[in-house]
Design a protein. Structure first.
Length: 482
């Protein structure tokens, strides 16, 4: 990355994360030169690049300022953020969402469709060639007895590496608490099975990751949807009311870069959440698959960091950040490690031994953190381009989240626009989206979309987003004005 590109990226991240707000003045060229030890030419190139993206505006004899609505034409408009928590029906209810979810997901699994509705980032973002070499080497050296020794808990070397990564992040997680699984989704399902029985209630966010809704439905459980803010996460006062009223057996949520909202709880709020659940002795199933994809200087702590009684089952995987096809995840299950291991033993028994060995070798040899840094920078740049393009192509009344990590945006469309209609029309144009109703027990969020910016931002993606904006504009227009 060239110096001016790196400077432009840092400034755009500050704008998109709210550090610099609309109308704020950027540092002068002279000041930026001194602070960054770069030439005036580098600063001007960065500012010109940001100006072309519509993120900043120049004012004669005054300098450069963050763009504000109406201040510089369509190219300077950034859509506002959603700023109100959801208002779900907080009653416990059985679910019937799978058919709705399957109908949408089946349409996204085609390579010739622009994958704004996909749940996965581009496979081209990962070091697959190096992983293949690790796989080849590890298979040649694989101990024949490993298939027996590591049968259910998983590869001992991989579990040791995972425990070390927890330790680096300030968490002491015993190796014995870690169980390797077939992706994070199996980990989450095993945790749910370990602490609930059919008919029990589970606390979830609103909106929620659709796979959590499907798992709750499949296991014959009831969902209690709790109001959730698009930046700050679950409303803890509402969560406490639900705990008192319904006495749920588990809470399943994402504290970092929640799917689909992108919200992240503060450390203080995570600590309060764990204290609240500890008071009621309700286990937390924490889905943290996007935790490594942060855009700031430090990985956000999981709720597990505040767990003193082993109530938090922390689930993650390599699928979103390193090896999407390997299907290797894990859970640090705390006091429930034995129950989770038993459910694993009686369901899938084990996880692919060569894939575990390859990932253990990759972590041992280093390079993972360098890969993650490059991946984060790429995703942050793509988010900036995506949000700026949404501002240009989508109608007034559109609101877009500003996640500080992950690769999803939550888009609130004008109220009269039906997301399911957008989905169907967009698919006819070769574009997939994830409509809001698949993320809710009662098909709420009818005017919302989840969009994936984890694929290359290129001319094809730009054209697809422009087409999507035209579709939304036509549906938002009054009759006779389309």
């Amino acid at each position: 990355m060239k110096l001016y590109e790196a400077l432009a990226r840092d400034i755009s991240e500050s704008i998109l994360q709210g550090v610099l707000g609309p109308g704020d003045r950027l540092p002068s060229v002279r000041q930026t030169c001194a602070n960054r030890s770069v030439s005036p030419s580098t600063v001007f190139q960065a500012y010109y690049m940001l100006e072309a993206q519509g993120l900043i505006q120049s004012r004669e004899r005054s300098g450069y300022f963050v763009a504000v609505a109406g201040g510089g034409g369509a190219g300077s408009l950034l859509p506002p953020e959603p700023d109100t928590a959801s208002r779900p029906d907080e009653a416990a209810a059985p679910l019937a969402v799978s058919e709705r979810v399957f109908e949408v997901l089946e349409s996204t699994m085609k390579r010739d469709v622009v994958p704004f509705g996909s749940a996965f980032p581009s496979p081209l973002l990962f070091p697959l060639a190096r992983l293949a070499r690790m796989m080849r080497s590890s298979v040649q050296e694989l101990d024949p007895w490993a298939s027996v020794d590591d049968l259910t808990p998983g590869n001992a070397r991989l579990r040791r590496q995972l425990a070390l990564r927890y330790l680096i992040d300030g968490l002491h997680v015993p190796v014995e608490d870690i169980i390797v699984t077939n992706g994070a989704l199996e980990a989450l399902n095993l945790c749910l099975s370990a602490v609930t029985r059919p008919g029990d209630a589970v606390l979830i966010e609103a909106p929620s990751f659709y796979a959590s809704l499907q798992a709750i439905e499949r296991q014959g459980l009831q969902a209690i949807a709790v109001p959730t803010h698009p930046r700050e996460g679950m409303d803890l006062a509402a969560a406490e009311r639900a705990l008192e009223r319904h006495r749920p057996k588990a809470c399943w949520l994402m504290t970092n870069f929640q799917n689909p909202l992108g919200s992240t709880m503060s450390d203080q709020k995570k600590q309060q959440l764990v204290q609240l659940l500890t008071r009621y002795q309700v286990p937390l199933i924490e889905d943290d698959v996007y935790g490594e994809l942060y855009f700031g200087g430090k990985r956000p702590s999981p709720a597990k960091a505040f767990d003193t009684e082993g109530l938090v089952m922390h689930c993650s995987s390599f699928s979103k950040c390193l090896a999407p096809g390997y299907r290797v995840g894990w859970v640090a299950a705390g006091r429930y490690a034995r129950q989770v291991a038993r459910h694993k033993l009686t369901s899938t028994l084990t996880t692919c031994a060569p894939a575990q060995a390859a990932l253990a070798l990759y972590l041992e040899q280093g390079g993972y953190d360098r890969h993650l840094r490059l991946l984060r920078h790429k995703l942050a740049d793509q988010q900036a381009g995506f949000i700026e393009a949404l501002g240009r192509h989508f109608p007034a009344g559109t609101r877009v989240t500003r996640p500080k990590g992950g690769y999803f945006l939550w888009v609130e469309l004008p109220e009269q626009v039906e997301a399911l209609t957008v989905h169907r029309v967009a698919l006819a144009h070769g574009i997939s989206v994830a409509p809001g109703p698949i993320f809710a027990p009662q098909a709420d969020f009818g005017n919302c979309l989840r969009l994936n910016y984890g694929h290359e931002w290129d001319a094809r993606a730009e054209a697809a987003l422009a087409t999507l904006g035209q579709i939304v504009r036509s549906l938002a227009a009054p009759p006779g004005h389309a």
